[in-house]
Design a protein around this ligand. Sequence first.
Ligand code: TYM
Length: 329
Amino acid sequence: MTTRVFTGLKPTGSLQLGNYLGAVRPLLDLAADPGTDVLVCVADLHALTVDHDPALLRARTREMATTLLACGLDPGARLFVQSAVPAHTELSYLLECTATHGEMTRMVQFKEKAAGSDSVRLSLLTYPALMAADILAYDTEVVPVGEDQRQHLELTTALARRFNARYGETFVVPRGSTPPATARLKDLRDPRAKMGKTGSDGAGVLFLLDDPDTAAAKVRRAVTDAEPSLIHDPATRPGVANLATLLGALTGRSAAEALVGLRGSGALKAAVTEAVVGALEPVRRRYADLAADPAEVDRVLRAGRDAAAPVAAATAARARAAMGLLGVG
Ligand code: TYM
C-alpha cells in the first residue's frame, strides 16, 4: 500500500525559504520514502485570485516548476500545472455547492487579503474550494503544508466529510503534515510577520534563487537585538529566534541547539549566512542547468499532466454521479 502525497504552490512570486522549509523540503522527505506516491502542482489558477500580470504569471509558473526540480524533486514525480488539468475547476464548483458562504468568509487568509481593499475578486473568497478540489481530486492522504495553510486544510477535511455523509463515500479524507519548527518562517526585517513570496519589499525574504551576495546582505540587515547572549525565545526575541530556527533547520538541529557556542547577533548572522548560501548554491546551479533547457521542463510538466489528469477526471466523475448529475447528452 502506498501513501498518496499531494501539495500545491502558487506562482505569485519566486519560491522563498519559508516555502522551502515549510512545504518543499518536507515534501521531498516524504517523496524519498518508497512507500509514497507524490503529486505536486503549480497552482496557477490560485494566482488569479489577486491582480496579476499574464506574462509575469506565465514566467513565474515555469520558474516555479524549474525551481522545484532544482530543489531535488524527481522528474518522475508527477509535477504539473493546475490549469492544465480541467477537473480541478469542475470539482471546485461541486465543492462550492457543499460549502457555505460563512465558512469562506471566516478564512483568516481571506480576511487578511481582503482587508482594506474595496475590489476583492470573488475567486479570493472561493479559493479554499479550489484548494480542496486540488487535494481531493487525487485521493490524497497526506498534504505537506506550512502553518498558514492549516485552516484551508481543515476546511478541506470538513468538506470531504460532509460530502461523503450527504452523497455517499466519494472522497478520501486527507490530513495535513506541518513541520514542527519551520511551519512559519518569519520575515527577516519584520520577524513578527510571515516570510512571503510577495511580502514587504523583498528585503526580509530569502528567495531560493538569490545569489550569495544578495542572501548575505539580507541576513546582515535582519532585525535582531543588541543582547550578546543568545537564547531562543520567540516571544521576547523574535528576530534571534527566527534566525535560530532557520539555522537549526538548515543544519539539522533544533533552534536552541543551533545557538550553542554562538555569542552576539553578528556571530549568529555569520553562521546563518554560511548555512543559507551553502543550501542555496546547489539549487541555483541546478536551476541554471534546467533553465537552459525549458523544453525538458515542459516535457516533465506534460508527463505530470498526462498522469494526473485521468486520476482527477475519475474523481470528478465520481463526485458528479454522487450528486445526481445525469451526465447524458
Ligand atoms: P503558497 O504558495 O502561499 O505557499 C506554498 C507552501 O509554502 C508554505 N509557506 C510557508 N511555510 C513556512 N513558513 C513560511 N513563511 C511560509 N510561507 C509559505 C505554505 O504553507 C504552503 O504549504 N493555497 C496554497 C497553495 C495550494 C495548495 C493546494 C497547497 C494550492 N492548492 C493544495 C496544498 C494543497 C498557497 O497559497 O501556498
